[in-house]
Design a protein around this ligand. Sequence first.
Ligand SMILES: [Zn+2]
Ligand SMILES: [Zn+2]
Length: 240
Amino acid sequence: MKNLLTPLINLVAPPQCLLCSRDTAGEYICERCTHEELTPFDAQRRCLVCFRPLFQRGICELCKREEHPFFQQRMLWDYTPAVKELISEMKFNWNASLCYEIGRMYAPMILEYFLCENWDYIVPIPLHRKRISERGYNQCEHLCAGLTSALYSRKHTRAERTLLKRTRRTEQQALLKCRKQREKNMQGAFSCCVDITAKRILLIDDIYTTGATAREAAHALQLSGATHIDLFTLARSDGW
Ligand SMILES: [Zn+2]
Ligand SMILES: [Zn+2]
């Protein structure tokens, strides 16, 4: 039966690992790469607020001193070459099903990271419609759908891809190196026209660099009444 199904599986998922090109049984990433290249962070040695590495579980000096825009911020990986390759495949290679699969696969880990996860809405960072027409899809929407597929028992949590809107097209953040330029580029880039008074939200993005995009999105959600916003990104690319 397995042999009969293999060609079918290969049609929807590649027969080779995206990272090392070894043959896989229809998986996107082989077992070895999953364990060696994509091991998620150990939450026990991270800041409870921003997830910065610490010697033990606690709150880092920065989060003690300054107010953090998110109640909790979590990510799975550093921006290693393997993670970079994976995210670029998710973003630019018409591979929406890979985005879904990553969300579904890592959902238990992601949920374990957050101390309190009774969100009302899980919201992907939206792309401008022109960028969607270039790329074919918004990778964060599919990542979010995969993640929420693992939340079927929590009826009150909903994925809400239309809650947040992109009000204008911005320059690609990756092309802007300076923090100030990135912040200016994102100013007023999002709006939320729904009353979400006292709602709890998990915001989803693929990479965190300076945080300008996520902060601006959170600002729009707060203006519409959200009182609790958590942030999940796959990776953090600015070091710590
Ligand atoms: Zn591999
Ligand atoms: Zn911290």
